[in-house]
Design a protein around this ligand. Structure first.
Ligand code: CP3
Length: 343
């Protein structure tokens, strides 16, 4: 047994209470985050300061005594390193000034150089210096599909129409792009491991744009290539990998594959049915609807206890939300959620 409940769960070893961390645990809902954030007009400038990233990653750990920390950065650093020109404008979310709009843009893309992202690897090192020795740090990247969707769309969008059109009109150029992103993600994660992360999570936040068949061809195929590369590399082969697929059209139980240590469930997934059918072969994380955190303490207790009682005897359970926490949440409600889960 190691001293980390989180790493225990990833190895399917039982814990007395479930390890807890949650998606977007460092962020705008915390006043101490806002205090630092107000000094930067562009969020990305803040991500480029390793010592600041380390401080931000520690904030939720100090406030809530969580069982895992996540690197403070963003999934969109890779397309930014490909010169797509990322900026986060006030109240607008991410925007690329130089998005992929035609196949030629892919052919003329600069090659990915992980040294451009040394600020991220330095942030890993700085964060490890501040964290207690037995508190694991999670590294991450976006799935190639999710990164491609943002890069083609030029930012967030309701319907991702440009991306869908590009997929229809230029499937082979899209595959070339996914291949480039796949190689970049692998090198990016490998370097995060060399810098000190203890586990990896891949976010497929736009899985829900794809049909079951498209998900396999445009997303999972490339994510599997990343995990295969990580598992056949002596540097990264023992690092547990967690996959988050946001509300996919494919059944979760059908998309799980061997290289994964853990599947992170969206709040729309049925944790009871899934945990019954995967039978302790993979760790399970997540599933609490983040919207519950705007409800009364009673409702938070009920919902947390519903999930915890379903997962009570499941050795590899990690308590987490079913998607990122939203900026409107009162940190006091998070405290209630954690207390409920530890009881
Ligand atoms: O504790 C943590 O999780 C912090 C590290 C982290 C951030 N982004 C910081 C961030 C992580 C793991 C991410 C992942 C990320 N980024 C995802 C995957 C997870 C998911 O939510 O599906 C995605 C899709 C992004 C892209 C992104 N970054 C968007 C769409 C936005 C704007 C909208 C939003 O949620 O704020 C960001 C900005 C961002 N990334 C912020 C933070 C703390 C807020 C920036 C600000 O303060 O203005």
């Amino acid at each position: 047994m190691n001293d980390s409940k989180f790493l225990n769960a990833l190895e399917l070893k039982p814990n007395s209470t479930p390890p807890i961390w949650f998606m977007r645990q460092a962020g705008r809902y915390l006043p101490e985050y806002q205090e630092i954030r107000k000094n930067y007009s562009n969020f990305l400038d803040m991500c480029k300061e390793p010592k600041t990233c380390a401080k931000l990653a520690l904030q939720p750990i100090e406030r809530f005594d969580l069982d895992a920390s996540i690197l403070f950065s963003d999934i969109l650093t890779i397309p930014d390193a490909l010169d797509l020109g990322l900026a986060f404008h006030e109240g607008e979310g991410p925007k690329f000034s130089n998005p992929i709009s035609k196949p030629e843009d892919i052919n003329t893309l600069i090659s990915f150089d992980e040294n451009t992202l040394s600020y991220v690897f330095n942030a890993v090192e700085e964060t490890k210096k501040l964290l207690p020795a037995d508190l694991p740090l999670i590294g991450f990247c976006g799935s190639p599909w999710t990164l491609a969707a943002y890069s083609i769309e030029g930012g967030g969008s309701k319907d991702f129409k440009k991306t869908k059109n590009f997929m229809q009109d230029h499937p082979s150029a899209l595959h070339d792009f996914l291949e480039i992103l796949c190689d970049a993600c692998y090198r990016y994660l490998r370097q995060q491991v060399l810098s000190g992360v203890n586990a990896l999570q891949i976010f497929d936040s736009w899985a829900d744009l794809l049909s079951a068949q498209e998900l396999e061809i445009f997303s999972l195929q490339y994510t599997k290539k990343i995990t295969q590369k990580l598992k056949s590399d002596p540097i990264t082969k023992n690092i547990p990998i967690i996959l988050f697929e946001k509300d996919p059209r494919q059944k979760i139980t059908d998309l799980i594959f061997d290289d994964l240590s853990c599947i992170s469930l969206h709040w729309k997934n049925d944790i009871e049915a899934i945990s019954r059918s995967v039978k302790n072969n993979i760790a399970i994380q997540g599933n609490l609807n983040p919207m519950i955190l705007s409800e009364s303490d009673e409702i938070i207790y009920q919902e947390v206890q519903r999930i915890c009682s379903i997962m009570f005897e499941y050795p590899g359970f990690i308590f987490n939300l079913g998607h990122g926490i939203t900026p409107d949440i009162n940190p006091q409600k998070v405290q209630t959620m954690i207390k409920a889960a530890r009881e």
